[in-house]
Design a binder for this molecule. Structure first.
Ligand SMILES: CC(C)(COP(=O)(O)OP(=O)(O)OC[C@H]1O[C@@H](n2cnc3c(N)ncnc32)[C@H](O)[C@@H]1OP(=O)(O)O)[C@@H](O)C(=O)NCCC(=O)NCCS
Length: 333
């Protein structure tokens, strides 16, 4: 049986920075309030003409280059995004495949909001273990600034843009293999986080109404409570199911939504500060891109070494959630 190995990571962060100070000129908020309630200091915003696929391509190029796997050997591309280049079609993954010069690959998007990266990791794992694919490029890419209402202080302070990508490949070596991935969803909480218009669930009377409803809306406080509960339960379960102690995790990489959520989950797991990867202060919440961007950060700062165990944990709109136990298994040591 083939196993699935996490070979490489890459990310792209757009140049423009939107600080808390700048946001306080746009809505009734302060740097102090945002920092205290969320841990966010700034977030990056894509250029007007920069698309989700443009960012995904840049992240993908790095992941491919670092993987030691020839671009031509990639046989599937899966993109997690809630801010695709085009709603409905074509998928952002197919646009990325074209920009990378990859024809004749399987390419599709999935929508699992902030859990997107864990979902696409599980898809890559399943395709590889079944023998259907050998080298899968997975990408979390978001231009959330395009679906953010910059007059709503409850949401606009949270979100940023960016992309992260990884190459997942077949291996015979069980030591290198992704250990386990859990994913789940509960549509009963669908209304906590949504973009109400733009789909068949929201017949609209005027284009103006439609546009306003295409922005993200969130019940922040309720989301916060469900997030802490769900994230904690999820990681406790995956560690127990695999007989792994939280002390054996080298890098805990939670979805970067809010420092207080991350701290609460980390404390519940008795994680030491040095185990918990934090990027929320500089990128904000980049939804499906947040986990690979965070992994890329520890890779580029040389904190992530071959063989080290990553514990991923995500939560997002849907509601969706997921966790994964992943040894970092580069071909290039
Ligand atoms: C959004 C969030 C930061 C708000 O923090 P909170 O402590 O829950 O704050 P509340 O929503 O209860 O609001 C408290 C007060 O702050 C106000 N407030 C909200 N946003 C504000 C802002 N940006 N600046 C200043 N005040 C703000 C509210 O209007 C409210 O005022 P009131 O008491 O006079 O009514 C927090 O709920 C959160 O992070 N939720 C989870 C979000 C998330 O992770 N989403 C993505 C999941 S993947």
């Amino acid at each position: 049986m083939a196993y699935a190995a996490f070979r490489s990571i890459g990310a792209y962060v757009p140049k423009k920075i939107l600080t808390n100070e700048a946001l306080s000129q746009m809505v009734d908020t302060t740097d102090e309030w945002i920092l205290q309630r969320t841990g966010i200091k700034e977030r990056h915003i894509a250029a007007t003409d920069e698309t989700t696929s443009d960012m995904g391509v840049e992240a993908a190029k790095k992941a491919i280059e670092r993987s030691g796997i020839a671009k031509e050997d990639i046989d599937m591309i899966v993109c997690a995004t809630i801010s695709p280049d085009y709603f409905c079609m074509p998928s952002t993954a197919t646009i990325i495949s074209n920009k990378l010069g990859l024809a004749n690959v399987t390419a599709f998007d999935i929508s699992a909001a902030c859990t997107g990266f864990v979902y696409i990791l599980s898809i890559a794992k399943a395709f590889i273990e079944s023998g259907m694919k050998k080298n899968v490029l997975i990408i979390g890419a978001e231009k959330l600034s395009a679906i953010t209402d910059y007059s709503d202080r409850g949401t606009c302070i949270l979100f940023g843009d960016g992309a992260g990508a990884a190459i997942i490949s077949a291996t015979d070596n069980k030591e290198e293999a992704i250990i386990d991935i859990q994913t789940g969803a509960d549509g009963a909480f669908a209304d906590l986080l949504m973009t109400p218009n733009g789909g068949t669930g929201s017949p609209h009377d005027s284009l103006e109404q439609e546009a306003a409803g295409c922005f993200m809306q969130m019940k922040g406080n309720e989301t916060f409570k469900v997030a802490v509960r769900t994230l904690t339960k999820d990681v406790v379960e995956i560690l127990e199911n695999n007989n792994i102690a939280s002390a054996d995790v080298k890098h805990f990489v939670p979805h970067q939504a809010n420092y207080r959520i991350i701290k609460a989950v980390g404390d519940a797991l008795k994680m030491k500060e040095e185990q918990v990867v934090l990027t929320v202060h500089k990128y904000g919440n980049t939804s499906g891109a947040s986990i690979p961007m965070a992994i890329n950060d520890i890779y580029e700062s040389e904190e992530l070494k071959a063989g080290e165990l990553l514990l991923l944990d995500a939560f997002g709109g849907g509601l969706t959630w997921g966790s994964a136990l992943v040894p970092f298994s580069p071909l290039k040591k």
